[in-house]
Design a protein around this ligand. Structure first.
Ligand code: FES
Length: 509
């Protein structure tokens, strides 16, 4: 985020200060240039810095100011696309490597927290997967067998998750999961990167990324970084127009936090089997009478619904029915999840690009472990070492069994282009209420109209600068969201999430 931020701060943003790094002031040369100061970017920078590589990280906003600051930070090897599905799409060995990599990521975070003495509320605890409805009990049985085949032999079936206020029914217990405060962890990584000689430049927007022997990254305000290697870790790549974006789809997920009396909810991670599923966990509160309960769910495809308030309300109702001891909602926010069509992240060399350009994307709702896996895997690849997860996460992979999902997501994208010929949300800008936005038709053009609380109107072309879909207004976050590949723009048209890498253009008068 460069000038104006989303409307709803997450719990993390409200409870930790993010260190502000100054803008890149002059052109520089470095060994590794990383775009994106989220968990994938900083984990990679930290691990490469430990090996003595010179690293520069660029981000157009704040450290962790993107989706890392909006996650609910479950560190888990209970794969949310299910091991049954990973085994079906990729085979049994791949399911084993998936479990291995997420377990290793949890351990790696624990090691870093200890060695760097990062005060980030890191905590080991169990995770419980329970049935959303009685129809899902068989799914639990199948998943238990698949987790064992994947090597997680200490996963056990229990008669219920340890929640007193409601009976979950049978559940799978995943031991040695973890949680932390993501922004406090990012602050610790930042300190360590700087101590090891790395640089992190905030408010530095990368406009052009080129690999090859003279790899260079240009910025919007002029300075250029030249490097041996470029890593693009921007949630979804801003340097790739098509190859990756046909293989993953953007979803918005909603989160609330409430208070519950201390001790009234057992500390653990919880997930149900719904689609979309609910996920919950506790976070310690400074107040010694209460814990913070964080609950998420109600996902939908980005830019294709505008009913976030109702979704937050449904989440609140779902939570109140199961935790009647809860207080009113303290924070409401949302985040964006990139869902790969075959369930696994894309980490490695950027397809159809030079060999020294790498990407990390496709968090699949498990961004904290996938981001840490990216750090470990990319460090090995850049250092010329073999890594057993390389093929699993290879961004160029195509798995035949994922083709139906691939076709379905891309048909959905193609359908979004029909927005060119539909009527707008409003017929004139006078209909746009203060503090809101709407799409208006103007001849053959679609215009995005935003009226601020003071009544001032800003107008932009509603055409997304990535590949030309028509953006939609998100009244909950006060953003313009692209329904095709998930680019998001502030109310005043500033891009803050790719794959678009430029702002909405001003409407022609
Ligand atoms: Fe691809 Fe908008 S994000 S067209």
């Amino acid at each position: 985020m460069r000038d104006d931020s989303q409307a709803s701060p997450s719990l993390w943003m409200a409870t930790a200060n993010t260190p502000i790094q100054s803008r890149l002031k002059e052109s520089i040369r470095t060994e590794i240039c990383i775009i994106g100061a989220g968990i994938a970017g900083l984990s990679t920078a930290y691990l490469l810095g430990l090996e003595g590589r010179s690293v520069v990280v660029l981000d157009d906003g704040l450290i962790g100011g993107g989706m890392t600051g909006r996650t609910t930070a479950h560190l888990t090897n209970a794969y949310d696309d299910r091991y049954v599905e990973i085994e079906h799409l990729h085979g049994q060995e791949a399911a084993r490597l998936t479990a291995d990599s997420h377990t290793a990521a949890i351990n790696k975070v624990g090691e870093i927290v200890t060695s760097e003495e990062i005060d980030c509320d890191f905590e080991r605890l169990d995770g419980y997967l329970f049935a959303f409805s009685p129809d899902d009990l068989e799914l639990l049985e199948d998943e238990l067998k698949a987790t064992h085949r994947a090597g997680l032999i200490d996963v056990k079936k229990v008669s219920r998750a340890p929640l007193e206020s409601f009976d979950t029914g049978a559940a799978l217990r995943f031991p040695r999961q973890a949680q932390f405060h993501p922004l406090k962890y990012m602050n610790g990584l930042t300190r360590a990167i700087l101590r090891n000689g790395g640089r992190i430049c905030g408010q530095t927007h990368a406009t052009k990324i080129e690999g090859g022997s003279a790899a260079r990254v240009e910025t919007s305000h002029g300075p250029v970084v030249t490097s041996e290697v470029v890593v693009v870790a921007t949630n979804t790549p801003i340097n790739d127009r098509v190859a990756i974006h046909t293989k993953q789809a953007p979803y918005v997920t909603y989160v609330i936090s409430v208070l519950v009396p201390k001790g009234s909810v057992t500390r653990a991670l919880y997930w149900d089997t719904g689609d979309p599923y609910h996920y919950l966990r506790l976070q310690g509160d400074e107040n010694d009478r209460y814990d913070v309960l964080i609950v998420g769910g109600e996902d939908h495809k980005t830019g294709q619904e505008n009913d976030g308030d109702e979704r937050h309300a449904r989440l609140e109702q779902w939570t109140r029915e199961r935790f009647p001891q809860m207080t009113d909602v303290k924070f409401r926010w949302s985040g964006q999840v990139m869902e790969p069509v075959d369930g696994l992240a894309f980490i490695g060399r950027n397809p159809l690009d030079d060999d020294n350009v790498y990407i990390a994307t496709g968090d699949s709702g498990q961004g904290m472990t996938h981001g840490t896996i990216a750090g470990m895997l990319l460090t090995d690849l850049i250092q010329g070492r073999q890594n057993k997860w390389e093929d699993l996460y290879n961004p160029s992979r195509i798995r035949g069994k994922a083709l139906p999902e691939y076709a379905s997501e891309n048909i959905n994208v193609a359908e979004q282009y029909a927005d060119y010929i539909t009527a707008g949300d409003v017929r004139s800008e006078a209909e746009v209420k203060p503090g809101s936005g709407a799409i208006m038709r103007d001849g053959i053009s679609k215009i995005a109209v935003y009226r601020d609380e003071a009544g001032n109107v800003q107008k932009f072309s509603a055409v997304c600068p990535h590949l030309g879909c028509v953006v939609a207004w998100n009244s909950t976050e006060q953003t313009w969201d692209c329904p095709c590949h998930g680019s998001r723009f502030s109310a005043s048209g500033r891009v803050y999430q790719g794959p678009a890498n430029s702002d909405l253009s001003a409407a022609e008068e």
